[in-house]
Design a protein around this ligand. Structure first.
Ligand code: SF4
Length: 453
């Protein structure tokens, strides 16, 4: 049986990070490595990453003539996946189609479509394997769906082989995250122990938090060939004992890699020494949801941090020379003065990298219901839910003006001359040109929004 796993290219309407990063499709690599032994000899499986693939989808179908095509998707891909599934069924209606990924796990109904046979809403790897089993046993579609729904009822348990990174060997050299180039991904925990109101991540595991055995994590890292490792946990900096064991194992096994992780400001602020030790074993950058400089916002978001904690985190990372990638939420009641204050604060704190995200109520989050009736775009305009489009009405300015303020904010903070000189010295000309090209593409997308209004 020929099986194709597809990572679709984001729609051209989607603004954002795809211009400054392309990460490997780890979830698809997990599918490849976890096919049960008894099915392996009957399954010929291949990943197509259409962010990098030069072949067209149509040519791929003709060339591969698959029996089963499965897609991975974020919310911004919903329409794209439906269109591609339609293309598959028009090519040959007997080909089975499926979709999985984080959006399918939280709001699976968004993928209900006559051209999509199976939606993996929970325990996706096991659901996928049960589909393979069902197709090979020539079960009908409803029987396979029943088997998948039984798997969805089981509690999540991490008991999987390491992802098969070789499955994307032909794309690997092109995977990078900003200055982490080339870069490999690893996941060491699932969910998050916190409960921020706007956050989609915690919905994927229904608010539960699971960690992988850290020895197994380090074993996986030891087999990765890239030096740069992006740990894609929602919050890697959690559990001091686990992190100490991580440090000890890296030292014991003499593993020399660089790490980019997500972490909370309060953890950094309270664990300076631990951060210094992590730096010694390769911690190079932390993505921190600073979110706001207004204390009432932090309260509304249930962030459980304060402006002081955020400032202390930024200072510690700067002193330890660990790069900070800050993310800020821009609420709709922002005035021009709020934008000016934010840029002033970020430059005073010497923040180099910032992601300015207009408040986006993602379907499936706590805040979605509160904002649903205020959406400026229909709920089905999935490509707009990219955390960069303005999809709620600003209270004190037009949407166009809001985009102008975002763009001005980026130029004041990220493109200020001091920053550029520092980055040139640290990362060299070639990497900076690549980043500049990427950020110009994002700016162009914003400019188009401003011109169109
Ligand atoms: S925003 Fe971060 S800390 Fe808050 S729930 Fe989401 S992942 Fe956890």
């Amino acid at each position: 049986m020929k099986v194709l796993l597809i990572r679709p290219r984001p729609d051209k309407e989607t603004i954002g990070l795809q211009h400054v990063m392309i990460c490997e499709p780890l979830e698809l690599e997990y599918l490849v490595s976890n096919i049960p032994e008894n099915l392996k000899s009957d399954v010929d499986i291949k990943i197509y990453d259409f962010i990098l693939e030069t072949k067209s989808f149509k040519d791929m179908l003709k060339e591969e003539n698959p029996d089963f095509v499965a897609f991975t998707a974020y919310i911004t891909h919903v329409e794209t996946v439906k269109n591609l599934a339609k293309e598959v069924k028009s090519f040959n209606p007997n080909i089975f189609t499926a979709v999985g990924g984080v959006h399918a796990e939280v709001v699976g109904d968004d993928f209900l479509d006559s051209n999509i046979d199976f939606i993996y809403r929970k325990n996706g790897i096991d659901g996928f394997n049960s589909t393979l089993d069902g197709i090979l046993k020539i079960l009908d579609k409803n029987q396979i769906k029943e088997a998948i729904s039984l798997i969805e009822k089981k509690p999540f348990e991490y008991n999987y082989n390491h992802p098969d990174r070789q499955a994307v060997e032909r794309y690997r050299k092109n995977y990078y995250y900003m200055f982490h180039n080339p870069c490999s991904l690893i996941k060491t925990s699932y969910g998050c122990p916190y409960d921020c109101s706007f956050c989609f991540c915690k919905e994927i595991t229904g608010g539960k938090y699971f960690t992988r055995d850290i020895e197994d994590v380090v074993d996986e890292i030891s087999k990765i060939k890239e030096k740069e490792i992006y740990i894609v946990d929602d919050d890697f900096l959690f559990g001091e004992d686990r992190l100490r064991k991580f440090i000890a194992l890296l030292k014991e096994k003499k593993i020399e890699k660089n790490y980019l992780v997500y972490g909370r400001a309060d953890f950094v602020a309270e664990n300076r020494e631990l951060l210094a030790e992590l730096k010694q074993v390769g911690l190079r950058a932390v993505i921190v949801g600073i979110e706001s400089i207004r204390k009432e916002d932090l309260k509304t978001y249930n962030k459980k941090t304060t402006v002081d904690i955020n400032e202390s985190c930024i200072q510690i990372l700067r002193e330890l020379d660990i790069e900070l990638y800050a993310t800020m939420i821009l609420p709709m009641d922002f005035t021009k003065k709020d934008f000016r204050d934010l840029a002033k604060w970020l430059t005073a704190m010497k923040v180099t990298f910032v992601n300015l995200q207009p408040l986006t109520p993602i379907p499936g989050t706590d805040i979605f219901k509160d904002y649903e009736k205020h959406l400026l775009v229909p709920r089905q305009e999935y490509t707009m839910f990219d955390m960069a489009h303005v999809i709620l009405k600003p209270s004190h300015m037009s949407v166009r003006q809001f985009y102008i303020e975002i763009l001005k904010g980026y130029y004041k903070v990220v493109m200020r001359p001091k920053n550029s000189i520092r980055l040139l010295k640290k990362y060299g000309l070639k990497e900076n040109i690549k980043m500049l090209k990427g950020s110009q593409k994002v700016s162009l997308q914003y400019l188009k929004k401003i011109i169109r209004g």
